[in-house]
Design a binder for this molecule. Structure first.
Ligand SMILES: [Zn+2]
Length: 227
């Protein structure tokens, strides 16, 4: 479900959008992302009704008649709300008074429930995120919320991973960020090659985590892979 207004920060959200755009990491999108939800719901409902009709489904059946409405609500309010930066999570950061001495904070097994932008079917996996605090300390749940926000839009896993990394760098004001995502793609599992067991791993690193010989990178990868 999209966040309540009190937990969102649209000003920060659109700043993040501009930042990702400048890095070439933004999802290809048009100004329609800012269209009113009411209008989006009614348009998607109409279009989905046409898809069902084309497939030969009888929309007068009481089990099917509300499906276009349900799909529209699910797209706009739930699985794709992360296209609209008005719903970007509030990321209150506090001043870091500790001498953290290069030690990192790692949040493991964050749920990633997304949808692939090529087939609109489920991507289901886990993310591990770490950062070394510089001047700012982020609340733990903010890392989960940033992951969740970018998962809630049609995605490719590589871009999702980069968007999370660049956004945490921006919000926490540090280069030292690492993001690891391991996910199953239902478009690989349930269609096409129909592989039931393979999963896709992506890694995006900045600052000290980008140094291939550094101990801190090894430590991060060991923790991320250890399940
Ligand atoms: Zn796909």
């Amino acid at each position: 479900m999209a966040l309540e207004k009190a937990k969102t920060d649209s000003v920060l959200g659109w700043e993040v959008h501009d930042h990702l755009k400048s890095l070439g990491l933004e999802t290809p999108m048009t100004p329609n992302v800012k269209m009113l939800n009411k209008q989006k719901l009614s348009l998607i409902e109409d279009h989905f009704e046409k898809i069902m009709e084309t497939l030969g489904l009888d929309l007068s059946d009481d089990s099917l008649e509300d499906t276009p409405k349900r799909v529209a609500k699910m797209y706009v309010n739930e699985i794709f709300y992360g296209l609209n930066y008005d719903y970007f999570p509030k990321c209150t950061a506090i001043e870091n008074k500790m001498k953290t001495n290069g030690s990192f904070l790692l949040e493991k097994n964050i749920n990633v429930q997304s949808n692939c932008e090529h087939h609109f079917v489920v991507i289901d996996g886990l993310a591990t995120v770490a950062y070394i605090a510089d001047k700012k300390l982020l609340g733990l749940s903010k890392l989960n919320r940033i992951v969740q926000f970018f998962a809630k839009r049609p995605q490719v896993q590589e871009r999702l991973t980069e968007q999370i990394r660049a956004t945490i760098q921006y919000v926490a004001q540090t280069d030292d960020v690492a993001v690891y995502v391991d996910a199953k793609h239902w478009c690989v599992k349930s269609r096409g090659i129909q592989d039931q067991t393979s999963s896709t791993v992506t890694l995006s690193v900045g600052g000290v985590f980008a140094d291939k010989v550094s101990e801190i990178r090894k430590e991060f990868l060991n923790l991320a892979r250890s399940g």
